[in-house]
Design a protein around this ligand. Structure first.
Ligand SMILES: [Zn+2]
Length: 275
């Protein structure tokens, strides 16, 4: 197999989105601030723009690059003659780790944060938030993605397996589905779960500065950035400077990275939220 076929990945992704959106209505984890349907529609519009941008700016770069990596045997994993299953597994693990590093960067580097902010100002968190990244953030990440592919030695098969894994993973951990706590605790040892990622979307800065992993939990654990002891009921989702539904309307969030920057971690009335 050269890559995960579209006839398998597309129904899998659409099916997972539908299942999670249905479960969110049956067993919500956090109380909603905005009407769900309105937010889902808004987030899907942002996602459609981003999907178009990825087709134009990412696909024509990363797919030929990974084919070249395969042909010329460039990158770390191509130094060895590994069985396919092992090469793909290691590629997914290394892509996941380097994405963790990228996620830290988009929070820490001020001009990158402007773009990632659009993802974080959502006042609620659900599966649709997983798809709501400003298209410029995704376009800016193309050189990083190219670097990952080149250094790690990511083949077209590994790339498509990682993309499918990442997509399913982010939809799952952004979802507002209440899993039994004991199930979540078990899953959490290996992969990022909804309660864990909910803490990363808190308006409290020291909580946002934790749980950066997008797939495997191990990276937060290794870097000492894992935080699990915040009850979901106490979390306010979002960014302190943008607390009103008026401020996170579609047109406003699309323009957000280019407008005047506010001190994101301060409440409009001043001070920092403790909860
Ligand atoms: Zn983030």
């Amino acid at each position: 197999m050269k890559k995960v076929p579209t006839w398998a990945s597309v129904p899998l992704m659409v099916g997972a989105f539908g299942l999670l959106a249905w479960l969110e209505r049956r067993r919500p984890l956090r109380r909603a601030v905005e009407p769900k349907l309105r937010r889902e529609a808004r987030n899907l519009v942002v996602a459609a723009v981003s999907a178009a941008a990825l087709r134009v700016a990412e696909k024509p770069v990363v797919e030929p690059l990974s084919a070249l990596v395969e042909r010329r045997r460039w990158g770390l994993l191509k130094l060895f003659k590994l069985p396919t299953w092992l090469e793909v597994t290691l590629a997914v693990i290394l892509m996941d780790y380097t994405l963790y590093r990228w996620h830290v960067l988009v929070h820490r580097v001020p001009w990158l944060w402007r773009f990632h902010l659009v993802h974080h100002v959502d006042l609620d968190l659900d599966t649709s938030t997983a798809l709501r990244f400003h298209f410029t953030e995704l376009v800016i990440s193309v050189p990083w993605r190219a670097g990952q592919i080149l250094l790690i030695g990511v083949s077209p098969l590994s790339l498509s397996v990682w993309q499918t894994f990442l997509f399913l993973s982010i939809m799952f951990h952004h979802s507002n589905v209440e899993l039994p706590i004991e199930v979540e605790r078990k899953l959490n040892r290996l992969i990022v779960t909804p309660r864990m990622h909910g803490i990363h979307h808190s308006i409290v800065k020291k909580e946002t500065d934790s749980n950066w992993s997008s797939g495997l939990t191990v990276w937060d654990w290794l870097h000492g950035t894992l935080k699990l002891n915040v009850p979901q009921a106490e979390i306010n989702i979002g960014v302190p400077a943008y607390r009103e539904p008026e401020e996170v309307k579609l047109t406003k969030i699309l323009k957000l990275p280019f407008g005047e920057e506010r001190p994101a971690w301060q409440l409009p009335e001043g001070g920092r939220p403790l909860r």
